[in-house]
Design a protein around this ligand. Structure first.
Ligand code: AMP
Length: 556
């Protein structure tokens, strides 16, 4: 149990907050959390220099939740964020950490959505308000008392807010709050304009900066790839096809992620296991021994669980989730390149985490080059190379031992040796995609480009956050939405689903509506009329070798 609570218990946060954090799967506080939480808990003002990816949201959210009074139904904490995406993300984080604090409610306030419900939620007693400055000022114009009870203020990504021209709005907001409030400012950079704000509006602030010593890493070839967060598993699967590794360690942030990724890898036939803080010591040793002697090739671990792991066979480190700070990056990649051998470290970076990458580069004094996800041709070449390597030792004297049999079989079947060899290959490769077209069909990833974060300033058009963009589209009249647990990570593309449903279901193309393929599931719009019959008909349909199991999907 002590191990499970890790360093969070030592921070003296309310047990219900610690319990929620543990349930989220965090094993120990990140450096920024270690340093900021005691300061905020003690009621000091604070300036934290940290970027996305360091765990900064929990660094302020946890102590603020501790300091509010859930029995008082009035706004007590205000978090200002530059964009609606960030505001929504921070609001969701608060909700997660407050899961075991009954009575705590969070409202997100941003432009492009109707003001009425936001104001109502505030008046109904949400204790935590997460807002973009522009929209909050609109509310203040309607009701200048709206912030009168707020005694904790957090400015998140303060430098971004200034860049977006929110300076005047911030001044209005400061004025509308009690002077006795606690103010915490987080910013990736501290230009003069930010320091001026701190001077005017913070009282004797404590400074927190994650001090990073320059660290050198040699003999390890490093690269990064840009991917969307929900495509990490598919990206890892594709990288594994082309990387020639002996043993590999993949780092993720939570216990659940260790389990999810390890089982996705196992499902694809890799010898993989999860290593996290929940795993008992003797089981941990078994996993490490198996990695050492080749019974396992991949271990998916959290930082805590991988501590002290020294396995010379490790040729690759995949940083599937970003480390919290450059030190842990250096620590992680040091798991490879042991005993003077060469190692390779790959880092998956989501568009929001690019700044963290720059910090890593600065601290390590090395450029981490961008590489692209291998394309279908590279995957095909790698598969054929593996096939060649596995078949070539089999040739040997086979012609002298089995040549006569081949002659007889080709004569009996009435086919050419080429036709028979092709049939045997098809059987031996077990339906694996081995043509460019087939591999392309399996390649479900969309190329990564940083999703632009629109703000209230950049136009009046309602901005759709990632969450909103990903919400299912409204259904057309007469259509029903169905779901299958097969998704991109199973190698499914929309056209595979379409083909299977057209062929097996006997439907006309127009009868099928939108098909959305996600990483771990897909949604298909089908005619409501005769749906049950159609689903029965498709009962045994297989796509990419797996059962389709299509079911009606209800959104509620
Ligand atoms: P942030 O820097 O606040 O944007 O956080 C980046 C990511 O790290 C989020 O997905 C958090 O859920 C995750 N995270 C924050 N703190 C921890 C922790 N102590 N352990 C594991 N994951 C964390």
């Amino acid at each position: 149990m002590t191990q499970e609570l890790g360093g969070f218990a030592a921070l003296e946060l309310h047990p219900s907050i610690v319990a929620a954090v543990v349930a989220t799967g965090y094993e120990e506080p990140s450096a920024i959390q270690q340093q900021s939480i005691p300061i905020i808990l003690a009621g000091h003002d604070m300036i934290g220099q940290a970027q996305t990816g360091t765990g900064k949201t929990a660094a302020f959210a946890l102590p603020i939740l501790h300091r509010i009074d859930p029995s008082k139904r009035e706004p007590q904490a205000l978090i200002l964020a530059p964009t609606r995406e960030l505001a929504l993300q921070v609001a969701t984080a608060f909700e997660t950490y407050a899961k075991q604090m009954p009575g705590v409610t969070v409202v997100a306030v941003y432009g492009g959505a109707p003001m009425g419900p936001q104001l109502k939620a505030i008046r109904n007693g949400a204790q935590i308000v997460v807002a973009t400055p522009g929209r909050l000022c609109d509310h203040l114009r309607r009701d200048e008392k709206v912030l009168a009870t707020v005694n904790h203020l957090v400015l998140d990504e303060a430098d971004e807010m200034l860049k977006l021209g929110f300076m005047d709005d911030l001044e209005v907001i400061f004025k509308a709050m009690p002077e006795t409030r606690q103010t915490v400012l987080f910013s990736a950079t501290l230009p003069q304009s930010i320091r001026a704000i701190a001077e005017r509006h913070l009282r004797d602030p404590k400074h927190v900066k994650i001090q990073s010593k320059t660290q050198t890493v040699t003999a390890i070839e490093q690269a990064h790839l840009l991917v969307h967060a929900d495509q990490k598993t598919s990206a890892v699967l594709r990288l594994l096809e082309v990387e020639e590794f002996d043993a590999l360690i993949a780092f993720v942030r939570t216990k659940q992620a260790t389990l999810d990724l390890a089982s996705a890898l196992e499902a694809k036939g890799y010898k993989a296991a999860a290593l996290n803080g929940d795993i008992a010591q003797n089981q941990r040793e078994r996993v490490i021994d198996s990695l050492k002697d080749g019974r396992l090739d991949i271990v998916v671990a959290t930082d805590v669980a991988a501590r002290g792991l020294d396995v010379p066979r490790i040729t690759h480190v995949f940083n599937v989730d970003m480390p919290y700070d450059p030190e842990s990056y250096v620590h992680r990649i040091g798991r490879t390149g042991r005993a003077g051998r060469e190692g390779r470290a790959l880092l998956l970076v989501t568009p929001r985490e690019r700044r963290m990458l720059q910090v890593i580069e600065r601290v390590t004094g090395q450029k981490v080059a961008e590489v692209r996800l291998p394309n279908a041709q590279a995957v095909l070449d790698a598969r054929i190379k593996k096939l060649t390597n596995s078949l070539s030792p089999l040739v040997g004297d086979a012609e002298s031992t089995h040549g006569d049999l081949l002659d007889r079989l080709t004569a009996d079947i009435g086919c050419s040796p080429r036709a028979l060899a092709a049939a045997l290959l098809r059987k031996a490769t077990n339906a694996q995609a081995l043509t460019l077209e087939a591999v392309e069909r399996e390649q479900p990833l969309v190329p990564t480009s940083a999703p632009r974060e629109r703000t209230e300033r950049s136009g009046d058009r309602p901005d759709r956050g990632d969450r909103e963009r990903r919400a299912p589209m409204p259904l057309a009249e007469g259509r029903a939405r169905c779901r299958t647990a097969l998704g991109a990570r199973d190698g499914i593309a929309a056209k595979n689903l379409l083909g299977a449903i057209l062929n097996e279901g006997g439907l006309a193309r127009e009868a099928i509506g939108r098909i959305q393929v996600r990483d771990s599931f897909s949604l298909v719009e089908l005619p409501e009329d005769g749906l049950e019959r159609l689903l029965t008909k498709l009962k045994d349909t297989r796509v990419a070798g797996k059962q389709l199991k299509l079911r009606r999907y209800r959104e509620d």
